[in-house]
Design a protein around this ligand. Structure first.
Ligand code: IVH
Length: 669
C-alpha cells in the first residue's frame, strides 16, 4: 500500500468507525456487530502504526485512551460557566414565569429539559474538530480534561454536516447507572472501597490521569447549550436539534427528554411527568430545567450575578420520612470489612417499605451523633440503599445513650482494627471468622473462579456450620456419603456436588489464582499474573520487584500477594490444592517454548504474518516479555513496517538490537 492509498483507507475507516460509533452510542441503533466493529478498528490501528504521519488527534483510535495527563492545565472560559437558580417549589416556578410575562410583551416559548446529575463540561470545536474540553471549575476557569473526554463514545471527535467554524458545546458528563453498579460490584470483589454515587464517580473519573481507565469506565453525555461569538440560531431548541445532526448526543422530544411549551401548565406537566418517571431513566437526574427558548428574549432578560434570569431549575425533593431507630447491627463481609446497618421501624418511602438503612462506617455514626432509639430522617436520594440523613433532636429521650461503635467482631469476638487512611473497621480473624470463611469459599466456587456446579451459598453455609469444611481446600476431601447425610440433600444433588468439585480440577490456572481470594487480585490481575509467571511456584517465590515488573501490577497488589504467600496457613491451603490436582500451571498454547526466556521486547510497527497483538502473544508464549518503551534494559526492538521514528532513534542511541520480522521468526524457530 502506498502513502496515498493508506491515507485514503485511513480516512475511510475513520469515518466508517465514527459512523458506527454514533449509531451505537448516540442513536442506539447499531448496524454492525461488535466483532465487525473491532475488525475495522484493528485495521485502522495497524495502518496508523504503519503510517504514523497520518494518525490524527481525532482518530477514533483515541477512544480507547492511553494518553496520560500529568497535570490538568487551567483554562479561562471564553464564556463564563454560570449556574442555575434552583427551587423545590412549584409556586416559585409560577412566580418566575409571571415575572417573565410581565417584562416581555410577546408570547414566550419555553424549553423543558432534564437536569442531569453529573459534571458540567464545555467542549470547543474548531473546523469541526474537538479541540478542547474544560470542566466548569469556579465558572471563570476550569481544567483541561480533553484526553479524557475524547474517550467518551457519545462525544463526537469530528462533526458531520454544516457546522459553524468555532463554537463551544456545553453539556453534562455522567455515569449511567448500570456502569456505576458494575464498577462497584468489581470493587467489592476486589475488596476496594465503594464509590458513593454516580455523580461523584463521574467527577472522579474525569480527573483521572490515565485516559485508558476513563475509557473503560463508560461515561456518557448529553448536551444542553451552544455558545459562539456569532450565534446562527434563533433559539435554544433549534440549536439542540441541529447539534443532533452534527453528531452530538442531544435530547429529543421522542421520549420527552426535551419539550417545547408556551404555558405554565405545559411546564408543570413536564415536571410532574419526570418526578414520577425519573427512576425509569438509565441515568440519574435531580430535577428539570426550564429555559426561555428565544435567544433574543434571553438577552433581554439577562443575568443576575450568578445565574441567567431566562432559566430556572426545579429540583425534585428527595422524599424524606421520619422513623425510629430500633437497633444497629454490624455485618461482616468476605474481606472482614464491617458495615453498620440501622434497623428501623418500618416506614413507607418512595413506594417501598424501608426497614434498614446503611450507615457506611463509624465516622458516619459519629457525624450524625446517633443515640439509642433516636428518631431519624431517612432519604432514598441518589444512592440505591436508603440512608439516614439526620436526627430529630426534639424527640430524643433524655436518658438515651450515645451509640458506641463496636470494638469486637460480632461474629467471632476478635478485636477490630482500622487501617490508617481507611474508613472501614476490619475483623482481622480471616481464618476463624465465619462470614469471612464462608465468603472466601463462596468466592472460590463462584462462576468466574472455579465454577463449581451443584454447590451454592446455602450449601456452603450448611457445610461450614456443620464443621464439614472450614476452608476451600476442605471441599476436595468431601465424600458422597458425607454430603448425602445433610438435611434436604437428595442423591442426585449429592452426586452433582461431588462431580462439580471433581470437574473443577480442570479449571485453568488463571482462574485458580483468582479463586484463591488474594486481596486486590481480581480476574484481570489474575490473568496477567498467570501469563507472566506461568506457574504457582514462580508466583509464590516472586520478589516485590518481580511482581511490580508485571504490566499494571502496582505496589498495593504486589504487597498483598507477598503477604498472602508469606502466611503459613495460606501456603498450607495452596499445597493441599496442589495435592488434589488443581491446575497450577498455565496451559501453553501450541508453539510455546522458552527460547525467549529473560528477553525483553519492544514491538513497533506493522507485521506481515501477525497482528501486533499476535506477535506480542508469541513473544510471551516463548518466554519473552513485552514492554512499551525502549530503555537500556530492552533486549530487542522488534521492528515492523512504519515503526515509530522516536523508538528507532532511542534504540539506536542505546545500542538496543533491532530485529526484523523474519529474524524474529527464525529466532523462535
Ligand atoms: S444549563 C447558564 N441545562 O446544572 C445555564 N444545566 O446549576 C447553564 N445541568 O453546572 C446550565 N442539566 O452542570 C443546564 N439541562 C441542563 C442541565 C444543567 C444539568 C447542570 C450543569 C450546571 C448546573 C447548573
Amino acid at each position: 500500500m502506498n502513502k496515498d492509498q493508506a491515507l485514503g483507507r485511513i480516512n475511510f475507516l475513520s469515518e466508517e468507525i465514527e459512523k458506527h460509533n454514533h449509531l451505537y452510542y448516540v442513536v442506539n441503533q447499531p448496524e454492525i456487530s461488535d466483532y465487525d466493529f473491532d475488525v475495522l478498528l484493528k485495521e485502522l490501528e495497524a495502518l496508523e502504526a504503519q503510517f504514523p504521519e497520518f494518525a490524527s488527534e481525532h482518530s477514533p483510535t483515541k477512544r480507547v485512551g492511553g494518553d496520560i495527563t500529568r497535570k490538568f492545565e487551567t483554562v479561562v472560559h471564553r464564556f463564563p460557566m454560570l449556574s442555575l437558580s434552583n427551587t423545590y417549589s412549584e409556586e416559585e416556578i409560577q412566580d418566575w414565569e409571571n415575572r417573565i410575562k410581565k417584562s416581555i410583551d410577546e408570547k414566550v416559548e419555553y424549553v423543558c429539559e432534564l437536569k442531569y446529575d453529573g459534571v458540567a463540561i464545555g467542549i470547543r470545536y474548531q473546523n469541526g474538530l474537538l479541540t478542547r474540553a474544560v470542566t466548569r471549575g469556579d465558572g471563570t476557569q476550569g481544567e483541561d480534561v480533553t484526553n479524557n473526554v475524547k474517550t467518551i463514545r457519545s462525544v463526537p471527535l469530528k462533526l458531520k454536516g454544516d457546522f459553524p467554524e468555532d463554537f463551544e458545546i456545553r453539556g453534562e458528563i455522567f455515569m449511567p447507572l448500570t456502569r456505576f453498579l458494575k464498577l462497584n460490584a468489581e470493587r467489592e470483589e476486589n475488596g476496594e472501597q465503594l464509590f458513593a454515587n454516580p455523580r461523584n464517580t463521574a467527577a472522579g473519573t474525569l480527573k483521572m490521569q490515565d485516559s485508558k481507565i476513563v475509557a473503560e469506565r463508560g461515561l456518557d453525555s448529553y448536551l444542553y447549550g451552544f455558545y459562539a461569538e456569532t450565534n446562527p440560531f434563533k433559539g435554544h431548541f433549534e440549536a439542540v436539534e441541529t447539534a443532533l445532526d452534527w453528531g452530538f448526543k442531544a435530547p429529543t422530544p421522542k421520549n420527552r427528554l426535551i419539550e417545547k411549551t408556551d404555558s405554565i401548565a405545559g411546564i408543570m406537566d413536564f415536571i410532574h411527568y419526570w418526578d414520577k418517571h425519573r427512576d425509569d431513566l438509565p441515568f440519574e437526574i435531580d430535577g428539570v430545567v426550564i429555559k426561555v427558548n428565544d435567544y433574543g428574549i434571553q438577552k433581554k432578560l439577562g443575568f443576575t450575578a450568578k445565574s441567567p434570569r431566562w432559566a430556572i431549575a426545579f429540583k425534585f425533593k428527595t422524599e424524606r420520612v421520619e422513623t425510629q431507630l430500633e437497633s444497629v447491627t454490624y455485618q461482616v463481609g468476605r474481606t472482614g470489612a464491617i458495615t453498620p446497618v440501622a434497623n428501623l421501624k418500618p416506614v413507607q418511602l418512595g413506594g417501598t417499605t424501608v426497614k434498614r438503612a446503611s450507615l457506611h462506617n463509624a465516622d458516619q455514626i459519629e457525624k450524625l451523633d446517633l443515640h439509642e432509639s433516636d428518631y431519624v430522617y431517612v432519604e432514598k436520594g441518589g444512592e440505591i440503599i436508603p440512608k439516614i440523613v439526620g436526627v430529630n433532636l426534639e424527640k430524643r429521650q433524655p436518658i438515651a445513650g450515645k451509640l458506641i461503635y463496636i470494638s469486637a467482631c460480632p461474629e467471632c469476638g476478635s478485636e477490630l482494627i482500622r487501617r490508617e487512611g481507611e474508613a472501614q473497621h476490619f475483623c482481622p480473624n480471616e481464618k476463624g471468622c465465619s462470614p469471612q470463611i464462608k465468603g472466601r469459599i463462596e468466592h472460590f466456587i463462584s462462576r468466574k473462579a472455579m465454577n463449581i456446579e451443584g454447590l451454592g451459598a446455602e450449601t456452603v453455609d450448611m457445610l461450614v456450620e456443620r464443621n464439614m469444611i472450614s476452608n476451600y481446600a476442605d471441599l476436595y476431601e468431601l465424600t458422597y456419603d458425607q454430603v448425602l447425610q445433610m438435611d434436604r440433600m437428595a442423591e442426585k444433588s449429592a452426586e452433582n456436588l461431588i462431580s462439580g468439585i471433581n470437574a473443577s480440577r480442570d479449571v485453568p490456572f488463571e482462574r485458580v489464582l483468582f479463586a484463591l481470594g488474594i486481596r486486590y487480585v481480581g480476574e484481570t490481575v489474575a490473568k496477567k499474573l498467570a501469563k507472566y509467571f506461568k506457574n504457582m511456584d514462580a508466583l509464590m517465590s516472586a520478589s516485590y520487584d518481580d511482581l511490580v515488573a508485571v504490566d499494571e501490577i502496582g505496589e498495593r497488589i504486589a504487597i498483598s500477594i507477598q503477604q498472602f504467600f508469606l502466611d503459613d496457613y495460606n501456603k498450607g491451603l495452596v499445597e493441599r490444592l496442589r495435592s488434589y490436582g488443581l491446575q497450577f500451571e498455565l496451559k501453553e498454547k501450541e508453539g510455546a517454548s522458552n527460547v525467549l526466556e529473560g528477553k525483553t521486547f519492544v514491538v513497533s510497527g506493522v507485521f506481515n504474518a501477525f497482528s501486533r497483538e499476535e506477535i506480542k502473544e508469541v513473544i510471551e508464549m516463548n518466554g519473552g516479555k513485552n514492554v512499551s518503551s525502549v530503555s537500556s534494559k530492552t533486549d530487542y526492538l522488534l521492528a515492523g513496517d512504519g515503526m515509530g521514528p522516536s523508538k528507532l532513534k532511542k534504540a539506536t542511541d542505546l545500542g538496543v538490537k533491532i530485529l526484523s520480522e523474519d529474524e524474529f521468526i527464525k529466532m523462535i524457530g
